[in-house]
Design a protein around this ligand. Structure first.
Ligand SMILES: NC(=O)c1ccc[n+]([C@@H]2O[C@H](COP(=O)([O-])OP(=O)(O)OC[C@H]3O[C@@H](n4cnc5c(N)ncnc54)[C@H](O)[C@@H]3O)[C@@H](O)[C@H]2O)c1
Length: 269
């Protein structure tokens, strides 16, 4: 049976209608948290995500609608969450990607990517952290990327947003390091930095590689991994969720301001 160590806690997971965020929302639900699901998608996709989180074991799960590129929408979502919650755990997972050389990157794409991947996390954190400190327990886990630690070509806004997320999380980790106690669990802020994870986000990149090597999807995956991820294996979303869960434990009270790579050795090189 799953350890229900998050019984009585409330968690917000942005970008949890798909991929890594959905797996994290399921993991937190399985550990007993009530889960606020956020993310885009059709009514059917949103409904399926909420159902999946409930099925995983969440005592309650609800969709909190907000387009995270809109700061006012985030404020509205956080106000609604303060009544349903308030949030003890905030996982900023929503993210988008666009690949192009810097000289060809549309400026509107830059603005949108920075807004969703970086500024949205600033807004959820500034609104959630004071309450966490007052209650003595809080966890912010920002899903950055290896691209918050090292760069790759053609990803200027993505890399900028993820380096920004790592830096901002260190600042918040320091600002809240003294909140709470060992007994209450304290307030910590960390980043998880995955390498390649099997989700819809990277399908266009797999398809491009597959086409370049005149092969099928498997050939595209091999090509993508061969370049940078020494393990030769992609992570599964549920495996990223396990690290997030571990960060949420009371015993992790002194683990703050860190950027944890899950990248098969990518950033060890
Ligand atoms: N898949 C990978 O290989 C990989 C590697 C490293 C980091 N990441 C990061 O993990 C996070 C999740 O990625 P994923 O692979 O699960 O992608 P995904 O495309 O499966 O999911 C992205 C989620 O973000 C949501 N989202 C996008 N724009 C939004 C907006 N404007 N407002 C609200 N929600 C929005 C989507 O609805 C979806 O729920 C991202 O931050 C991504 O940068 C992914």
């Amino acid at each position: 049976m799953t350890d229900r160590f998050l019984e009585g806690r409330v968690a917000l997971v942005t970008g949890s209608t798909s991929g890594i965020g959905l797996a994290i929302a399921q993991g937190l639900g399985a550990a007993g948290a009530r889960v606020a699901v956020n993310g885009l998608g059709s009514a059917a996709q949103v409904g399926a995500a909420v159902d999946a989180v409930r099925l995983a074991g969440a005592p309650d799960a609800r969709h909190f609608d907000a387009d995270l590129s809109d700061a006012a929408a985030i404020e509205k979502m956080m106000a609604a969450l303060a009544e349903w919650g308030p949030a003890d755990i905030v996982v900023n997972c929503a993210g988008v990607q666009h690949t192009a050389p810097i000289a060809e990157m549309p400026t509107a794409t830059w603005d949108k990517l920075i807004a969703i991947n970086l500024s949205a996390a600033f807004h959820t954190m500034r609104l959630a952290l004071p309450g966490m400190a007052a209650r003595g327990y809080g966890r912010v886990v920002n899903i950055a990327s290896v691209h918050g630690l090292v760069a790759s070509v053609n990803k200027s806004p993505y890399v900028a947003s993820k380096f920004g997320l790592v830096g901002m999380s260190k600042v918040a980790g320091l600002e809240y390091a003294g909140a709470g106690s060992r007994d209450t669990g304290g307030v910590t802020v960390n980043c998880v930095c995955p390498g390649w994870v099997e989700t819809p986000l990277i399908e266009p990149q797999i398809a491009a590689r597959a086409e370049a090597v005149g092969g099928d999807r498997d050939a595209g995956v091999r090509e993508l991994l061969r370049e940078k991820q020494p393990s030769g294996r992609m992570s599964l979303p549920a495996e990223i969720a396990d690290t997030v869960l571990w960060l949420c434990r009371r015993q992790s009270h002194n683990l703050t301001g860190a950027a944890i790579p899950i990248d098969g050795g990518w950033t060890a090189q």
